[in-house]
Write a protein that binds this ligand. Structure first.
Ligand code: GLN
Length: 480
């Protein structure tokens, strides 16, 4: 069958269900295509050929018995910080370059329960620290839209794999924008769920109070399918929330934009943001207003502190989470050490890249005695104010809309030596993680270099259904 790689999850599901296509045939075809593209894009660190074929054969048996869900038999990519038993899970780092977990993350188990196929593990910034996928030990990922540019990060491999049509959907993780920003740069859809909506069990932690797993796909409906399957309470994650998960697909076409109150935050349309990005979003917003939506200017006054607060809290949590990688329990151990302390030192100096070491130092510093109150405690207080900005706004509006990132995809190498400039790329996504609310990025246009522009739709806690419905509506409106 032709063009299998261009099909969405729901289109593939239809073919599988009608038995016009077998999962094995599909898996072999996608593997072939994905591997040949990978020498250029580098979006996958590992392909799981044998496992994928075995899973596909099982899926075909399930389908033959009439046991089929939207994901049964559909090959997917999973970011390489989500634990997959028996399959290398590197976190994009030398220190875990030979690590094979002995257990599955809950999200992977959930996908397996539905009969999904693991095509492989996707490339990422080391330990999810980055906005360009240039910090991976396994090399830079290229943006399939323009291979001289970054795909965004840290889930750059997951977004690039979807954009390059290596597989219809992937899982990413988002601590400060890592699903939404690469989705925007690559012209695909990505959603960061409410903190607690999706289990983090088996996700190798970066900053535990901010991390969430979420899907990336070529369209909103496929994201809805993926999110429906990975969401839900998990007793193995103490921050997982026991609240019903709607069938996100069921009403996705029923909502209308009429009467929708859209909050437009003045702080997100400031100087410094790329003019084409700003104009595209503003044009779309006025289009939505002509469809009957009401645009309401709102203020999120603490936005200006978000990047500073994030770069205290995230490194602080990371410095603690990454303490476990010491050459004893997992992965890589350096050679030629003199004693135990020397072994720790050499392993961590050789095993972690520059950006990870920078964050560990920053985090250790802000948590150290004498500085804790001045930095960490202060940042935690401001974090609460940022959260309050959102809860106050959602008393007045249904959703908030703004650009996902201040620019389109930048050139490989352009910002890699300037961490501060790199950090500012997440200015519009970071506040959402600090608050814990859900947000989605959807492609809404292209700049004069034909690079995708993403718009972010932010919802109140556990309002994923609403933002998916609205995004699906917008998807039918925007043509570019
Ligand atoms: N780019 C941000 C950082 O480097 C966010 C990363 C993420 O969401 N994992 O921390």
């Amino acid at each position: 069958m032709k063009d299998l790689h261009s099909k969405s999850i729901l289109e593939l599901h239809d073919l599988l269900k009608k038995r016009e296509l077998s999962s094995k045939e599909l898996t072999l075809s996608l593997l072939d295509n994905a591997k040949s593209l990978n020498s250029e894009i580098n979006s996958f660190i590992t392909f799981t050929d044998d496992l994928a074929i075995k899973q596909a054969e099982n899926a075909d048996k399930k389908i033959a018995n009439g046991d089929i869900s939207e994901l049964t038999g559909v090959p997917l990519g999973i970011k390489d910080l989500i634990s997959t038993a028996g399959v290398k899970t590197t976190c994009g780092s030398k220190i875990l370059s030979n690590y094979i977990p002995s257990y599955n993350a809950t999200v992977y188990n959930k996908l397996l329960d539905k009969g999904a196929i693991l095509l492989g593990k996707t490339n990422m910034d080391e330990f999810a620290m980055g906005s360009s996928n240039e910090t991976s030990y396994f090399g830079v990922v290229k943006n399939p839209v323009d291979t001289s540019r970054v795909p965004g990060g840290s889930s750059g491999g997951s977004a690039a794999a979807v954009a390059a049509k290596q597989c219809p959907a992937t899982l990413g993780s988002d601590t400060g924008g890592s699903i939404r920003q690469p989705a925007a740069f690559c012209g695909v859809v990505g959603i960061k769920p409410t903190y607690g909506r999706v289990s983090r069990y088996g996700l190798i932690a970066f900053a535990s109070s901010l991390d969430q797993i979420g899907p990336i796909a070529s369209n909103v409906k496929d994201c809805a399918v993926m999110l429906k399957e990975i969401s839900g309470y998990d007793p193995k994650d103490s921050t997982s929330v026991n609240i019903d998960v709607p069938n996100y697909l069921k009403n996705i076409d029923k909502d209308s934009l009429k009467g929708l109150k859209i909050g437009v935050p003045s702080e997100y349309f400031i100087e410094g943001i790329n003019k084409e990005v700003k104009d595209t979003i503003q044009k779309l917003l006025s289009n939505l207003s002509s469809q009957g939506a009401e645009l309401i200017e709102i203020s999120l006054p603490n936005t200006e502190y978000a990047v500073a607060v994030y770069y205290i809290i995230a490194p602080a949590e990371a410095s603690s989470n990454l303490a476990r990688f010491d050459g004893v329990k997992y992965g890589f151990r350096a050679d030629g050490y003199e004693d135990l302390t020397d072994m720790y030192k050499r392993t961590r100096a050789e095993g972690f890249g520059k950006e990870v070491q920078r964050r560990i130092m920053l985090g250790t510093y802000v948590l150290s005695s004498g500085y804790y109150d001045a930095y960490y405690l202060k940042a935690s207080k401001v974090r609460n104010l940022i959260k309050k900005d959102f809860t106050d706004s959602f008393k007045k509006v249904d959703v908030i809309m703004c650009p996902t990132a201040p620019t389109t995809a930048f050139k490989i190498g352009e910002k890699v030596d300037n961490p501060l400039e790199m950090y500012l790329n997440d200015i519009f996504t970071i506040p959402i993680n600090l608050a814990g609310v859900p947000a989605l990025s959807i492609p809404v246009g292209r700049d004069s270099n034909s690079l995708p522009i993403g718009m972010q739709i932010i919802g109140d806690f556990f309002q994923e259904e609403k933002i998916l419905n609205i995004a699906s509506n917008i998807e039918t409106l925007v043509k570019f």
